[in-house]
Design a binder for this molecule. Sequence first.
Ligand SMILES: Nc1ncnc2c1ncn2[C@@H]1O[C@H](COP(=O)(O)OP(=O)(O)OP(=O)(O)O)[C@@H](O)[C@H]1O
Ligand SMILES: O=P(O)(O)OC[C@H]1O[C@](O)(CO)[C@@H](O)[C@@H]1O
Ligand SMILES: [Mg+2]
Length: 459
Amino acid sequence: MTLHLDDLRVRRLGECRYDSPFSEMLSTKQTSPHYVAEGDRVLLEDTVSMLAEHSLPPGRVPSFEAAGPRRKIYFDPARVTAGIITCGGLCPGLNNVIRGLVQELTVHYKVKRILGFRNGLQGLTAEHRNDAIELTPDRVRDIHNAGGTILGSSRGGQDADEMVDSLVLRGINILFVIGGDGGMRAATFLSKAIRARGLDIAVIGVPKTIDNDLPFTDQSFGFQSAFARATDFISSVSIEAAASPNGVGIVKLMGRHSGFIASYAALAANAADIVLIPEIPFALGGADGLLAHVEQHVRSKGFVVIVVAEGAGQDLFEEHGLPQHNGRGTDASGNVKLGNIGELLKESITAHLTAVGLAPAMRYIDPSYAVRSIAANAYDSVYCLRLAHAAVHAAMAGRTEAAVARWRRRFVHVPLSLMTSRGNQVDPDGDLWMSVLETTCQPARFGSAPDRGELNRAS
Ligand SMILES: Nc1ncnc2c1ncn2[C@@H]1O[C@H](COP(=O)(O)OP(=O)(O)OP(=O)(O)O)[C@@H](O)[C@H]1O
Ligand SMILES: O=P(O)(O)OC[C@H]1O[C@](O)(CO)[C@@H](O)[C@@H]1O
Ligand SMILES: [Mg+2]
């Protein structure tokens, strides 16, 4: 996808006429690698060859608006009521972002009223709009020490007009939506309804997901904490598998469409023999299939450790005549319900090894919720706080229909249209997957699984 400068422009509600409370602090600042004045931008691409391909003057090169405080702001802080919602699955750091938003809004901008809507989009329905809680620095002081979200979260769609009515009735000028790909779509959907009514309400997304499946962000918050926790489970399973005759350790990790958690956790634990991710199809049977490789490991080393992402091998369910996984169905948000690949591996590996006289000691764990419900680690805590700061600065400067993200280590504003334009997946030809292959020594493919080109042409 070729992006042009116009695709990267962020919508503004209007001219910034108020002095920012930061203007004094900023008056001495020069543009530097760490501070970008209004108008300066962060490059979309960062290699000389990619830049040269555009053959464009510097002012037209695709670039993001830099995040951060402006000298002039759009909203009069004394008249602002801000709202916050968290939606989708849990993710380490949700409470840190809520806390960061509340502190930045109140301490620096002196915003007096912040409402936390309960349980995701449900909190914006007529039935629940009055359940919103007042968020104050006192209320959020210690929340970053706990996982989850003090606001609650949910899946499932709601009527746009009803949600906009709630924003109007509760006097909201700025809404922060902390969510994954669905949450960013919901923010877009709400923004459109707000725009259709000509309302002066800014909507800023703070992208979250342990799956790291959102584009235009180096890594989403919570991802580091989640894969660090997942690493512990891989280490445990590998110790168990190694200590048992014909030990087979399987750890199933989240990752609906993207194998980032599986790949990073496997690299960190450095104990997996096989990593299976949604991006790379694999075959179970045949001379080069997964089962043959598992058998080979058990014969040569005495045990095998497999890390599998939940979205891997979904095509195998049809092959194995498991119709309940093919009709699939969806959850309340429209996400396809996946077949349980961990169980499928457990059963097929047990059957295969038993048939060849190597009855296994199976050690299978699915630590999915244990991985995502924890508090943020130190790295994510810093990241969440800085994203929250960037989100508040963006909203106060009248940016809307945008998300804040870290791109090439700089905080930027990303139009929601781009945030929802595609997913982010492990590149089978990229350096991350190469590192996994180098570490596990597994083959590039198990069996005669179709290559990606064939799959893309078929779909
Ligand atoms: N296209 C859409 N339009 C309006 N609302 C949407 C859309 N897609 C998703 N939503 C709503 O956004 C909310 C969050 O979506 P979802 O449950 O898919 O989680 P998510 O934000 O993708 O997070 P995660 O994937 O990390 O669990 C849900 O309430 C869902 O109904
Ligand atoms: O059980 P739930 O809450 O629907 O969440 C499961 C999904 O949430 C995610 O962790 C994303 O938040 C996916 O990896 C996973 O498929
Ligand atoms: Mg999602």
